[in-house]
Every structure is written in structure tokens, then in C-alpha cells.
Design a protein around this ligand. Sequence first.
Ligand code: AMP
Ligand code: ZN
Length: 456
Amino acid sequence: MIKFFNSLTRKKEEFKPYNEAAVNMYSCGPTVYYYPHIGNMRAYLFMDNIRRVLKYNGYKLNGVMNITDVGHLTSDADDGDDKMLVASQREHKTPWEIAKYYTDVFMNDVKRLNIDLPEHICPATSVINEIIEFVEGLLEKGFAYETSKGIYYDISKFKGYGQLNDIKLEDKLAGARIEVDEEKHNPADFALWVKAPKEHIMQWSSPWGMGYPGWHIECSAIGRKFLGDHIDIHTGGVDHRAVHHENEIAQSDALVGHKVVARWMHLEFLQVDGGKMSKSLNNIYTLNDLQKKGFDPLDFRYFYFMAHYSKQQNFTFDALTSAKNSLKNMKNAVLEHKNGQNALGEDKIQEYKNEFLNAINDDLNMPVALAVCQKLLKEEKSRDVYNLMMQFNEVLGLDFEEKGEEIPEEVKLLAQQRWQAKLDKNYALADELRGKLVSSGYAIKDSKEGYTITKL
Ligand code: AMP
Ligand code: ZN
């Protein structure tokens, strides 16, 4: 049985998809206006974690992620400038060039982290018609109104507003009035569509003149287009819970007349040196920054597994180094089991499988899943251990067998000659050959059954 914590009910619940044929999953994706940092990557590792665990349990996935390439203002409320336009001015490129460039950067990062990508990846600018239809639907149903600035969602019309954050609608409406826009009915009403001034670069024609979508509507429209009116899981970082996701619920549920998303899953933030990652503290790191310091992207993937997603995780280079070492040891241990001659036994194999499954199915308890792997790797050298680890790796995604990095033939030959020298009790030659292996970048480890070659 899989159990996930649902932010909506604030309980750990048994997971059951609406339709057994496939799990409908929506993940809020990146705003492609700048280099994604490793905090962002934690959000996509979280998405990957859910996807792989569901697949491991035999589910088929129907996943969607949006790419925000229009409409996300510098403040998540409706203030500030569109992040894409700010970037466009900063880099003297069109918003389209900015979107293309940073989407490529993002895709390259997630690929290097072995992130299992959703079946559909959808830029907001490719669903403008769907967004307009969605807004028209909300206007028809009386949940939206027009002002001189655009089309706004009237939160007082949606009784469930505030449910995700356990805030009563009356309290939300009674909130301090610091509103500057006199035309809005309630301060927390938000833009569905913005009427664009002539000089605005990104704009489309609509029943309300030229304009562009608000930020929140893209997720409701994209979710509906690819997943329909029943979404099993919706993921995102905790920062989106208070405004963006509350607004998504208001839009989607109001249009279709029932609860669209069954489960909301939120990831806690990655902190740096115990504090926030921020430009002013100069502590924002990208995957490239880590690589420049000698880390592999998969070291960061292992680091992700060391904390539960619902807890803040503190990033330090010491912690990343410890992840790197653990991953290296794990990889070597897995390979040492590859030629192991002992049998683990059916009962033990089953026991380990259950322990691993129970850990991942207990709301993605990856630290416990790692502990199960560590215990397993301490068993006598056995091909069964290797096989189990390869199976668990469908969830871990850690590349135990280097892709395309086969051990070269001449290294294998040296290792063979050294083993023979040992058997012949010619220890001087054996040592000399070991030295040659080390200077070629390979280590050799002996066991009762034979030897294993690993990269240094
Ligand atoms: P953005 O591109 O700003 O829309 O953010 C992309 C994703 O990264 C969102 O799901 C955010 O919640 C998430 N995110 C941003 N900062 C962090 C952080 N420090 N730790 C974890 N997730 C984050
Ligand atoms: Zn979203």
C-alpha cells in the first residue's frame, strides 16, 4: 500500500488513482527566465521521486509539467513586471529567445540528474486558446469580472477559497485593505487575463482586446488539456501553496463544478548554510557551479535522498561531499557484488524487497530506503545483492553501471595477469601489475571468489 501526505487534508493517506489505467499527475514547472538553481532542482527530483515510486509499484504515468514563458510577475501576487520581459531587457534578447535558451538549460540540468520527465511538457504560450476558453468559462459562470486592466477572478464567489491553507474565506476577504486597484472587488482577487499596453512585447488577441494571461491560469488550463477533470497528484514547492495553488483550485474547481485535484504534495525548501538561498547572500548555486567544484550531478541526486522531502534540507559543501563519498562507496559495493558467488536465499531476498518497498511507499521515505540498501550491501558477496540493487535503482536512478564507461580491455587484461601472478605466488609481479592498474586510474579489490575492478 502506498501512502502519501496530502497537503489538502493534512493527512497521510492511502494512494488510489481515480482511474487505475494511469496516474494523472501535474507538476508546476520552471519559469524560464534565468538559470535554475539547485533548490529548483530539488523540486524536480521530488517529482521524479514520486514518478519512479509509482512506476516501481506498477502504475502507468500520465504526467504533465508546464513551462512558464509568459505571465509570471516578479511578485507572485499581481505586482511587478513579467519575469520574461525583465530578462529580455537584461539580456537584450526577445522573450522567445530567453524562453528557448533557459528551457534548454533546464532540460540539460534535469537530464544530467536522471530526472524521469513527464509525458507532456507544455509551454504556457502554446495554450493561449485554451486559456482564453477557460477564462470565458469562468466569466460565464460568474466567477470572473472585467475591469479596465483585465479579467479578474472574484474569490468571494468561490466558497472553498482558502481550503489548501486552512484559511476561511471570510477571513481572507476581511484581510487588510491595502488595495491600490479600486476596480477590484476584493484585494485577493487575481488576474486571469491582463490587457496589454501597446508596447508590451508578448500579447495575443482575445475577446477582451490584446493581452496576455495571468500566471495561475496556465496551470489550470494545461492540467485540463492533458489530464481532464480528475488529477490524482499535483506537486510543487511550498512557496506555491499559499497563493498559486489556492488560485489554481479556485479556477479549476469553479469551472468544472467539483474537486479536480485529489492530492496536493508539497516539497519543503532547500536552505543554504542554514538560511535562504538568495542573490544578495551570493549563495545561489546551479548544477554547473557544483560541477566546477568537482561534483557529479548524481552526487546532488544522492544528497536529495538523504532528507525527507517534507523537511527543509540544509545544503553545505560538507554535506554534498559526504553524499559524494556515500555514492562512490555504494557504487563500488554494488559492483563488488556483481561477481559474488554466495547466494542470499529466497527469504532474505524477499525480506529486503519488502523493506525497500515499505520505505518508499511510506510517503517516499528515502533516507530509510538508503539505509536498507546500505544493510543489503554489507551481505556476503552475492550476485543476488547486485540484482536487488539494480532493481532498487529503478527508484534511485544512480547509474551504478557507468553508461558507456566500460572498463577498457587492456585494464581487464592487466587485472587478469595480476590475478594469475597471485595464484602463482609471484607477489612481486602482482604488486607491479597492481601499480600499473592504479596509474591507469583503476583499483582492484580481492575477495574469496575473485577480484573486482573499480574506477578510482
Ligand atoms: P520557479 O521557476 O521560480 O517557478 O520555481 C520552480 C520550482 O522550484 C517551484 O516548484 C518552486 O517551488 C521550487 N523552488 C524554488 N526555490 C526552491 C528552494 N530553495 N528549494 C526547493 N524548491 C524551490
Ligand atoms: Zn503551477
